[in-house]
Design a protein around this ligand. Structure first.
Ligand code: ADP
Length: 374
């Protein structure tokens, strides 16, 4: 049985690792031939995200397709599904999530809490959002943003024109959102099976540094009723899109304990990497189970865990030697993503540490990360 993965980055690499343990074969489709995950399989497809013919050839060699990033185009996936190809999450689900404006409209239509937002097609529209919501506002590209690229926080009216011009420079469609003064950022992984069954992993706290996820504390140190609310909202958000697979749901916890949705990712998520070591079933294994119509796995967390991302601190070649010192730290699990070239701020790997408490795990993870020289 072969699972075709659209995208060959670190998420595909970890998905391949889970696939191997289940006796599955993988194939990778990406725009470049040499990706971290394509080196792990003999079955590779190379082509543009909208190359229907290349995608069709690739799909012909696979039993089911899934995806690991949102740069994949929805339209060809919808066309292939209409030809009988099994793709999960579906192109239709992807289309509703990929466009941040449609995503928010779908969530609000489902009665879910999101920050006030408006479509923006001109400087005047952006200024209108600022006047309506009050500053600051966050201008966002509707498509293709990741790790904060594609967002601009606009503090005052005088900054609107410059921020609009910068974000829309390449013709990008934008939206505006009210700035949320959150107490904490939370995230929940939700797996949804073929029959609509959902299972929510524990609520984690995510800390971003320069808009990139820096640290994940699992579970989040929040009262039980807030965790239950966050899980309920995350599950309802996933149900609003109706797809099969694994979904990362990002949330804001407000100072008064209210939960507001930030965004949803239709794929394995950085905030769910801790599940590899800390949960009965990892987010990657559960994605495979879901798309193959197999029973979903137990999402119970077995031990407190903290994940720290390993970001590049220099340009140039990296190797396993750069993580070797961290291997001496007990209870730290080091993952390297096989990216040959390092770059300042690039996600090169991560460390998950297990501990008796979250604080314990954090000390171990931070210490191990400090020994890496990526
Ligand atoms: P990306 O798709 O690039 O990850 P997000 O929309 O998730 O972008 O935003 C990245 C980070 O920017 C969030 O994790 C959060 O810290 C901050 N952010 C996004 N939207 C808002 C908002 N409306 N108010 C306050 N902070 C926000």
């Amino acid at each position: 049985m072969r699972v075709g993965i659209l995208g060959g980055g670190q998420l595909a690499q970890m998905l391949t690792q889970a696939a191997v343990s289940l006796g599955l074969d993988t194939a990778i489709y990406d725009t470049a031939p040499d990706t971290p995950a394509s080196r792990l399989t003999h079955h590779n497809g190379v082509g543009a995200w909208d190359d229907l013919a290349a995608l069709r050839d690739f799909a012909a060699a696979c039993d089911v397709l899934t995806l690991e990033n949102e740069f994949v185009r929805a339209e060809p996936l919808i066309a292939l599904a209409d030809e009988g190809v099994s793709i999960h999450p579906s192109g239709r689900t992807l289309a509703k999530i990929q466009d941040k404006l449609i995503q928010k409209q779908t969530l609000i239509a489902a009665g879910l809490p999101v920050p006030p937002f408006e479509p923006v097609a001109s400087v005047a529209d952006a200024a209108h959002a600022g006047a309506t919501f009050g500053y600051p506002i966050v201008l966002k590209k509707r498509y293709g943003g990741y790790d904060g690229y594609g967002n601009a926080t606009v503090l005052r009216h005088s900054e609107v024109a410059e921020a609009y011009a910068r974000l829309s420079a390449s013709g990008a469609a934008l939206m505006a959102e009210s700035f949320v003064s959150f107490a904490r950022e939370l995230a929940v992984m939700v797996v949804r099976g073929y029959d609509g069954e959902t299972r929510a992993y524990p609520v984690v706290e995510t800390v971003q540094r320069n808009h990139i996820c820096h640290i994940v504390r699992a579970p989040a140190g929040i009262p039980r009723h807030i965790a239950a609310l966050a899980q309920e909202i995350a599950v309802r958000a996933v149900q609003a899109f109706g797809g099969v697979g694994i979904f990362g749901v990002e949330l804001f916890e407000l100072l008064d304990g209210q939960i507001v949705l930030n965004e949803i990712a239709p794929r394995p998520h950085n905030s769910g990497h801790y599940t590899i070591e800390a949960c009965v079933t990892s987010q990657f294994e559960n994605l495979l189970r879901a798309v193959l119509r197999w029973p979903l796995g137990d999402v119970t967390q077995l031990r407190p865990a903290v994940m720290v991302n390993l970001l590049g601190t220099r340009t140039g070649e990296t190797s396993a030697a750069d993580i070797a010192p961290a291997l001496g730290v007990l209870d730290a699990h080091v993952h390297l993503y096989g990216k040959r070239e390092g770059r300042v701020g690039r996600k090169m790997g991560h460390i998950t540490a297990l501990g008796a408490t979250v604080a314990d795990a954090e000390r171990i993870a931070v210490r191990a990360a400090s020994l890496c020289t990526l």
